[in-house]
Design a protein. Sequence first.
Length: 295
Amino acid sequence: MMDENEHSLLSHIPPSSLRMKLVRPTIKMLHDHKWQIDKLNPTHDLVICLSGGGRYFLGDVAEPVTLRAGDAMLIPASTRFRGTHSGDAGQFVGIAQHFTLQLFESDDLLSKMQLLPVVRLSTWPVLGPLVQYFRDTAPHGRTTLAQHHQFMVFLLAYLEEAFVDWKSEDETPGAQDQLSVQIMRVAARLSADLMGGEAFDVLSEVPYNPDYFRRAFKDRMGLTPHKFRELKRMEFAASRLGLGVSVKAVAAEVGFGDPYFFSRMFKRYLGASPSSYKPGGERGGNRVEKKLPQK
């Protein structure tokens, strides 16, 4: 059974396609029972509770949401929100960070997603101390490179928990937004169903000319749909080899009857032989650079 982490929401998005910016210094929340706010921000705002609790009304929603320690809440850009202390004992302590997150250099990634506004972070035992450190070390009046990297960890953790689905075409404002959503949908299907039909079968279901869509997919993802699926197969194969499964067995798992041909394809996509990914292989002693096939 394929590890679900191999095909999670964000596993198919090339890191180079995302651009995050912290648009203001971190807000170190420390609110007593008298605290209240009624505001609208021009950018997204991620709020994470460290202790205590807060109650928020987001947009026109009649029912409030409550944050407790380990909860993360997204306030989308241009959304009015009202907040108060939850009424519990102690202060409401946490962080609030304003940010933008662009996909393919121009599209707002979050506007393409259906997201739960508040989630419990399942990795809180690990993330909690890092969020506390982030709050303690955040400088006044500026942001730092370390903050950007740390906050991206928090943001990705929220998105993994909060993601419901990609928005449909009638929920996105423009043609390019719709195209980006379709590319993400196809990439997700190719990543999650490595042993399904050919990439052509997936492309036949998108509402675009197949040749045009292939070019758009390659332009944004760096590979054609077919080669993208092959790369994901090889990445899955590498994880299986790391667990000690034989090259022959892994080759069969990813659809190759000839393990020698599989080994050639594996090296073409990942830049090293399958044996170097097995426990005790040579990857630890030799630097292996990952090389993608020619575009």
